[in-house]
Design a protein around this ligand. Sequence first.
Ligand code: NDP
Length: 450
Amino acid sequence: MSYITEVFEYLNRTSPHQTEFYQAAEEVLESLKPLIDKYPKYAKHKIIERIVEPERQIMFRVNWVDDQGEIHVNKGYRIEFNSALGPYKGGLRFHPSVNAGVIKFLGFEQIFKNALTGLAIGGGKGGSDFNPKGKSDTEIMRFCQAFMSELFRHIGATTDVPAGDIGVGGREIGYLFGMYKKLANSYEGVLTGKSLLWGGSLARTEATGYGAVYFAKYMLEDRNETLEGKRCVVSGSGNVAIYTIEKLYHLGALPITCSDSNGMILDEDGIDLALLKELKEVKRARLSEYLQSRPNAKYIPVSEYPQGKNAVWSVPCFAAFPSATQNELNLEDAKTLLANGCICVSEGANMPSTADAVHEFVKSKICYGPGKAANAGGVATSQLEMAQNASMQSWNFEKVDAKLADIMKHIYISASTTAAEFGEPTNLVLGANIAGFRKVADAMIEQGLV
Ligand code: NDP
C-alpha cells in the first residue's frame, strides 16, 4: 500500500462520516503522489500525516432567543487547521447543512488556497448550522452575539481572523465585530469583510467574484481566447455570483443565468445586475421575483430540473462559473457542458464539482480553474484588509483591485508552471495542489515539530 493510500485509510478510520472532507483530502493527496515520490523529505517529516490533522478544532454550543421568546440551540465550529504561513484565516458559514465534516473540508482547502496567494495567512474555517433564512434582523443580531460570546476567546488579529462565507455577509460581520470589541475590550482587525465605515477594505465585497473572472481571463489568454462577447453561465445569486456577473460585464461577456436553492433564472438578454443586487442585497428576496421586472426571462424551479442534473449547466455556454455551493455540478453536468461547447470553468464556490466531474474536466484539457485557485481572490483581499488595518491606512478601489488582479495572475502562473513541471501543463488541479502544499510543507519542516 502506498504512503498516501495508508494516510487516506487512516483518515477514513479515525474521522468517520466526513464525506466532504474525504473528497477534498483525496483530491489533494492524489495530486501529491509525484511530489512525494520525488522528494522523500515530506515522508520523513510525516508532513502528510500532520497536514491532514487540524492543529485545533473548537466546537461549542450557541444558545439564542427568537423574537417570540423561544430558546434555540445551535452548534458552533471553528477549525484552526494550519498556521505554518500566518494566522489562521478563513470564513464563517451559517447554513443548516453545516457539520463538522463540512467545516473540516473547507478548512483543509483553505490551507492550500491561502498558500497559493503568496500572502502570510494560515488556514482556518468556521460556522454554524444556524439557518439565517427568514430570520428578523434582531434575531440575526442575537445569534451573532451568542456565537461570538464563545468564539472571541479563540481569535485575534495575529492568531485567527475569520471572514464571511455562505450566510455571513456585511451585516453579520458587523454584529460579530461589535460583540468581539465589547468582550475583548479591543478594537482590532479581528474580522475581515468589515464595513467601510470602520476598517473594511474597498473591493473586498467584489473580490471573490472578480477574482474568479480574472482567473478565467488568464487561463483563456494562454490559449489566445477572451471572454468578450461570450455567453457565460453562473450559478448562485449571493456575494460570489453577483460580482462574478459584474466583472463578466466589465470584460464584455454576456452572463445569462443565476440561481438560488429554489431555482434558476435564464435571461438570454443578459442578467439584469441592478435588479439582481436589489433583490438579493437589499430585499433579501427569492430569485423567482426576478420575473416580475423581467417577464421575458425564464424561471426554472428545482422541481423541473432534469433528473439528476443542475439545469444551470444544461444551458449552452462558452464559460461556466459555479458560484453557489459544494457538489453542485456532477459528472452528467460536466459532460453536458463539454458537449455544448463550454471551454472554460472557473470555480467561485468551494469544491462545486464532484470528484468525477473534476476528472472529466481535467481529462478534456479545457481551461479548468479549481476553486482553491480560482476563488482565492476573496481571502487574498481579506489579507489586504488586514494589511490596511495594521498600517492604519485605507487604499482606494483601483489600488486594491489592481493588487487583486496581480495576485490572481500570480496564482495562475504558479499553478500552471507547477503543472508543467510535473508533466501535465493543462492540469491546474495538480498544479494548484502541489504549489500550495509545497509552500506549507517546507514552512512546517523549517519550523520544526510543533
Ligand atoms: P452567499 O450566502 O452570499 O450566497 C450563496 C448562494 O448559493 C445563494 O444564492 C444560495 O441560495 C446558493 N446556495 C447555497 N447553498 C445552496 C445549496 N445547498 N443548493 C443550491 N444553492 C445554494 O455565499 P457566497 O456567495 O459568499 O458563497 C458562495 C460559494 O463561494 C461558497 O461555496 C463559498 O464557500 C465560496 N466562497 C466564498 C467566498 C466569499 O468571499 N464570500 C470566498 C471564497 C469562496 P439560497 O439563498 O437559496 O440559499
